[in-house]
Design a protein around this ligand. Structure first.
Ligand code: NAI
Length: 397
């Protein structure tokens, strides 16, 4: 079987390319290996570690801190209709490489929001992982969450808290800009989005892990956030997602106190705008990304996912060069936020039309990164080679 990229419904890729995903994971590993170690050995739990920022965190810790890792993610394998999800293959290949390099790599597939899965992870830590973890990276992006206490399922929405706004976006299947609107959020929308993408579940994880006494002295935990500037303010900071991120920040302050008995710390990390499965769906965000990539590549400051996370962990989480803002958040997005960069991005955004956006922005680079999320467009992969589905079915995460 030969797998082609089939983009459906604007920004969803029907099938990932399993061998392409292997090459993408390997590239990330090679990047960190080449930079060398930044910490002594660690044991790390990553919630949402199968793709995007979570996968990069797993790779950076494994290859920069010799870390044994547990990854929690919500992914599916081969079914009648699909060749699994990209995250499924990323989990399989990460484990393959890490185990070959002598590291423990456990993949737990299921609903991170549930009490059962938290207990399953605690059992693994106690029985097969040496009993303690040194860090927890919280990198979930989810459309819904069932509250384990009430059983109620909350849906997160991308809406505006300042009334309906115009929010054109990229249709990645047609490679066009489509006009769009971001609807006004009700209080219920805001509350639901906070329930899903705010800090409540992060706090429940820390509570459960602390009660089980599996946090090592000096334990660190971070959750990823985005801040953005003028160009994305209306859809992000002033959107339902921004409200959820502020809840995450409040949670970090509270967790900092909670972690004092183990001399631990909790903080929010504000990361750069990048193409991931989750961010491709935020209105306007992909257009901003195309303009940002153009400017940052010209300025020589652009970083891809692994470059951004490696610098954050090497210099800031475990290094001595932390950039901290007035709210106590760590800011590896500092290069994106430079005022000259933002000025140039704003100038491109102001000129952008459906006719000229491919010429005046880095649409090609953005699109390439989008394809790579599912293992496509990687130079050292032969896409004409038959994929052995029966062999792939025998692999498990
Ligand atoms: P992603 O879509 O690549 O990864 C999301 C992860 O969450 C996957 O591993 C997925 O399996 C997992 N997941 C989703 N629902 C789950 C569930 N119920 N149980 C277990 N696992 C589940 O997303 P991305 O973009 O890496 O986002 C991670 C975090 O980074 C988010 O908090 C996002 O807001 C933040 N961030 C993203 C930026 C971007 O430009 N992509 C910028 C700054 C922050």
């Amino acid at each position: 079987m030969i797998i082609e990229p089939q983009i459906v419904r604007g920004g969803l890729v029907k099938n990932p390319h399993p061998i392409g995903c292997k090459a993408v994971v390997k590239r990330q590993i090679d990047y960190v290996k080449a930079k060398g170690a930044f910490s002594n050995k660690k044991k790390v739990l990553i919630i949402g570690g199968s793709s995007g920022y979570g996968l990069a965190s797993r790779v950076a810790m494994a290859y920069g801190a010799n870390a044994d890792t547990i990854c929690v993610s919500f992914e599916t394998g081969i079914t009648q209709k699909r060749i699994g999800t990209a995250g499924w293959w990323n989990n399989i290949w990460f484990k393959h490489f890490a185990e070959n390099d002598g590291l423990i790599a456990k993949n737990v597939i299921g609903d991170a929001f549930s009490d059962e899965l938290k207990q399953q992870v605690i059992d693994i830590i106690q029985k097969d992982f040496g009993g303690k973890i040194d860090a927890l990276i919280y990198s979930l992006a989810s459309p819904r969450r069932t509250d384990p206490k009430t059983g109620v399922t909350h849906e997160s929405v991308l809406k505006s808290t300042i009334g309906e706004i115009s929010a054109p976006t990229l249709d990645l299947s047609k490679k066009t800009i489509t006009p769009g609107k971001m609807a006004a959020a009700t209080q219920q929308d805001i509350d639901n989005t906070i329930k899903v993408m705010g800090g409540e579940d992060w706090q429940l994880w820390i509570d459960a892990l602390q009660k089980a006494d599996v946090l090592a002295q000096g334990f660190k935990t971070t959750a990823y956030s985005y801040d953005g500037a003028k160009a994305t303010d209306a859809i992000y900071k002033k959107g339902t997602i921004g409200a959820a991120k502020r809840h995450l920040e409040k949670t970090a302050h509270m967790l900092n106190d909670v972690l004092q008995p183990v001399h631990g710390e909790a903080f929010v990390t504000v990361a750069k705008a990048l193409v991931t499965k989750a961010s491709a769906f935020i209105p306007l965000f992909p257009l901003y990304g195309c303009a940002l990539f153009k400017v940052m590549k010209e300025e020589g400051t652009h970083e891809n996912t692994i470059e951004q996370i490696d610098r954050f962990m090497r210099d800031m989480m475990y290094g001595e060069s932390r950039i901290i803002d007035e709210a106590g958040r760590i800011r590896p997005d500092n290069l994106e936020m430079q005022s000259n960069t933002q000025q140039k991005v704003n100038a491109i955004m102001a000129q952008m039309t459906p006719q000229n956006f491919k010429q005046i922005s880095d649409f090609d680079g953005f699109y390439q990164d989008f394809l790579a999320l599912n293992g496509f467009g990687i130079s050292d992969v032969d896409y004409q080679e038959e994929i052995d589905i029966d062999m792939l079915k025998t692999l498990t995460p």
